[in-house]
Design a protein around this ligand. Structure first.
Ligand code: TXA
Ligand code: MG
Length: 327
């Protein structure tokens, strides 16, 4: 009798057939489809409700597979790959004409990443063995919502019809840093866990800020990553004043997420004091507040230092979403 196929092999078969798979990575869970087939990729856009002009990241199982999707690699991309792959870094590079055009949303560039999560690598390699050179995968949430960091988040977003590989809670917890290597100097389109200074050290040059001419990146829209509750960022002193008295009738529905300020009597969760740990649990915390029925989240301003750049970016976007009328 043949040995039973492993969940990873079954998922690789599904990808090869053109189906969608919920894929764990070290950053967040992805909604994966084979990148070399536009019809498969179209299923991602449909399932997420994502506008089809927002390009997806293509995940590869080794650096050599990047050559399937990329034109000539800029020196900056080579240096960053050597320093940080596999890992939480996406590189925007020139796209090989005619390849993965749906995943790239028709742009002349393509976003590539080699994740480090062992189950992601196993899936990408098992898929490659079945003729799938790379896997397009945006975060496995509906468009504009908080990224999933646990398999159960993905199931909550897409229901039981989606095959999800459970790789445990994500270690990084916020999406990959994105560096646009089609420009010189390269630009940081989205901060992640890897500090800007480490990227610059590997590059040997300063990163540019993303400019108005930067390619469209939905993860860089000001209102991305929003929980259902409205997020308000408060300085520590202001928050301390707000929670000094017990919640009144007008404060029903308020949840507090604070790092330093002690909180009693309010619905509260403690934000970890280390940036990496705070990143790891940020999206789970926001989802948790939604599940608890919070209408407003008072979030203590994260520290200003470099290690917190990725967390600051995500909470600012979540807060910006609360200011959009109709949300
Ligand atoms: O950590 C991550 O990057 C996760 C995991 C699953 O790998 N993926 C992720 O994908 O966050 P998504 O689609 O939610 O965000 C990808 C970002 C988007 O902002 C997209 O617009 C940008 O990457 N992007 C992809 N290709 C691009 C391109 N050619 N030019 C500019 N931006 C691009
Ligand atoms: Mg996303």
């Amino acid at each position: 009798m043949p040995a039973a196929a492993s969940p990873v092999d079954e998922a690789a078969e599904a990808l090869a057939r053109g189906e969608l798979v919920g894929m764990p990575t070290e950053t967040v869970y992805g909604l994966a489809a084979r990148a070399d087939d536009d019809a498969s990729v179209a299923r991602i856009f449909a399932a997420k409700g994502r506008p089809i002009d927002h390009p997806l990241i293509v995940h590869v199982g080794d650096a050599a597979a990047a050559a399937v999707f990329a034109g000539e690699l800029p020196g900056s991309a080579r240096r960053l790959m050597a320093a940080f792959w596999p890992g939480p870094l996406t590189l925007i590079v020139p796209r090989k004409p005619g390849v993965a055009s749906a995943a790239a949303a028709g742009q002349a560039s393509i976003g590539l990443r080699m994740p480090s999560h062992p189950m992601a690598l196993a899936l990408l390699r098992a898929a490659a063995a079945r003729g799938v050179p790379g896997v397009a995968a945006p975060s496995a949430n509906r468009f504009g919502r908080v990224s999933p960091t646990r398999a159960e988040h993905v199931r909550a977003e897409f229901g039981p019809g989606l095959r999800v590989l459970d790789g445990g809670p994500c270690e990084v917890g916020i999406e990959s840093a994105i560096v646009d290597c089609t420009r010189d100097p390269p630009a940081l389109l989205r901060p992640g866990q890897i500090p800007r200074a480490r990227l610059e050290a590997a590059l040997g040059q300063r990163l540019a800020e993303r400019g108005d001419d930067s390619p469209r990146a939905s993860g860089t829209l000001p209102t991305h990553y929003a929980p259902k509750a409205a997020v308000r960022i408060l300085g520590s002193a202001e928050l301390a004043r707000c929670v000094a008295v017990p919640p009144g009738p007008a404060d029903r529905g308020v949840a507090v997420y604070s790092r330093l300020v002690p909180v009693e009597g309010w619905q509260h969760r403690r934000m970890p004091e280390e940036a990496d740990v705070a990143a790891q649990e940020l999206f789970d915390a926001l989802r948790g507040f939604d599940e608890a029925g919070a209408e407003t989240i008072w979030l203590e301003q994260p520290p200003a230092d470099a290690a917190w750049e990725g967390v600051r970016d995500r909470v600012m976007r979540a807060a910006a979403a609360a200011e959009v009328p109709g949300r």
